[in-house]
Design a protein around this ligand. Structure first.
Ligand code: NAD
Ligand code: UDP
Ligand code: UDP
Length: 316
């Protein structure tokens, strides 16, 4: 199959491409390198079945493909808030263009939506039936509302134009290749512990998140794309931790002496988050297998390698 991955040079996209390439597909990676990097896909650059197109999805593009994994969008609050108008454009105009493309070539279209559509949830854990509690005018809204309209667009293209859609609501995912300056909690803590600087815990650290290792997530995306359920379907790890517990886990793994520095809680930061994955279990026969400790270990190894590599090249 010929498969388009938008945002393929990013964290999740590049892991997805690894799987698709190994499975023998022809893969087109579309990315504007806003938060993605060529290094993430470097190993495929010379492969005859791989093609990289530098393109901003807010502009139309014509391609011929069988499936579209639509991941292009900055995912970390630091990056999506840097240029919020662009984040809205990417989610609205970008998703519209990719759905227009899917309609024209009759490709199956999977949207990488997010647990952020549930906002600061009043229902716990979050199931797909919950409509969410999202502030439409806050600093997270460009992303949260952007993804909500992306879901709306996908369902309207399905109803109006018969586009075959799949909607994944992805919960916090982590793993190798996250950027050191990504700004999300796992990459921040791991980088800080490795660099021997204090771990920055926002608020009192009692807010919770549920962390899914990237290989588990990719498996879920592939099953959803190739299954017969439209969704939305939550994909995430239902093991819930407070941010302080995560800090402790990173301390134990990397540097038990690492200090913790408490910083103000950002505006609209969700208090609790945990996926109800009954649908994914039932319809996709999917659940995560990598426990936090194990996934963190693999992540730390990767960050350590990259930090050491940088130090070496600075010396030489
Ligand atoms: P990422 O920032 O590493 O990847 C996003 C990619 O999209 C980058 O390569 C970036 O350069 C590209 N991109 C951004 N705007 C673009 C544009 N206008 N045109 C073309 N390319 C563009 O983030 P990620 O963690 O890999 O997330 C991938 C997708 O999964 C995103 O849609 C995100 O919203 C969704 N998601 C991620 C998580 C998570 O925890 N990682 C959770 C929920 C949803
Ligand atoms: N589009 C695209 N590539 C395609 C087909 C469409 O980028 O191969 C864009 C198109 O430019 C438009 C959007 O997708 O801005 C929506 O397309 P659709 O055909 O649904 O709407 P229309 O072009 O009729 O407004
Ligand atoms: N967080 C933190 N320290 C950091 C980065 C994030 O305590 O250095 C907190 C943040 O306030 C939030 C949680 O960790 O409560 C997850 O943040 P992240 O940005 O990773 O993802 P999201 O808020 O989008 O779930």
């Amino acid at each position: 199959m010929r498969i388009l991955v938008t945002g393929g040079a990013g964290f999740i996209g590049s892991h997805l491409i690894d799987r698709l390439m190994v499975e023998g597909h022809e893969v087109i990676c579309l990315d504007n390198f806003y938060t993605g990097h060529k290094e993430n896909i470097l190993k495929w650059m010379e492969h005859p079945y791989f093609e990289l197109i530098r393109h901003d999805i807010t502009e139309p593009i014509r391609l011929e493909v069988d499936q579209i994994y639509h991941l292009a969008c900055p995912a970390s609050p630091v990056h999506y808030q840097y240029n919020p108008v662009k984040t809205v454009k990417t989610n609205v105009m970008g998703t519209l263009n990719m759905l227009g493309l899917a309609k024209r070539v009759k490709a199956r279209f999977l949207l990488a939506s997010t647990s952020e559509v549930y906002g600061d949830p009043e229902v716990h854990p979050q199931s797909e039936e919950y409509w969410g509690n999202v502030n439409s005018i806050g600093i997270r809204s460009c992303y949260d509302e952007g993804k909500r309209i992306a879901e709306t667009l996908a369902f309207d293209y399905h109803r109006q134009n018969d586009v075959a859609i799949r909607v994944a609501r992805i919960f916090n995912t982590y793993g190798p290749r996250m950027l050191e300056n990504d700004g999300r909690v796992v990459s921040n803590f791991v980088t800080q512990a490795l660099r021997d600087i204090p771990l920055t815990v926002y608020g009192d650290g009692s807010q919770t998140r549920s962390f899914c290792y990237v290989s588990d997530l990719v498996e879920g995306l592939i099953r959803l794309m190739n299954g017969d359920r439209i969704g939305p379907i939550n994909l995430g790890n239902p093991e819930e931790y407070t941010i302080l517990e995560l800090a402790t886990a990173v301390q134990e793994l990397v540097n038990p002496k690492a200090q913790i520095n408490f910083k103000p809680l950002p505006q609209d930061d969700p208090r609790r988050r945990r996926p109800d994955i009954t649908r994914a279990r039932t319809y996709l026969n999917w659940e995560p297998h990598v426990p936090l400790k194990e996934g963190l270990k693999l992540t730390v190894e990767n960050f350590r390698d990259r930090i050491t590599e940088k130090k070496m090249s600075a010396v030489s």
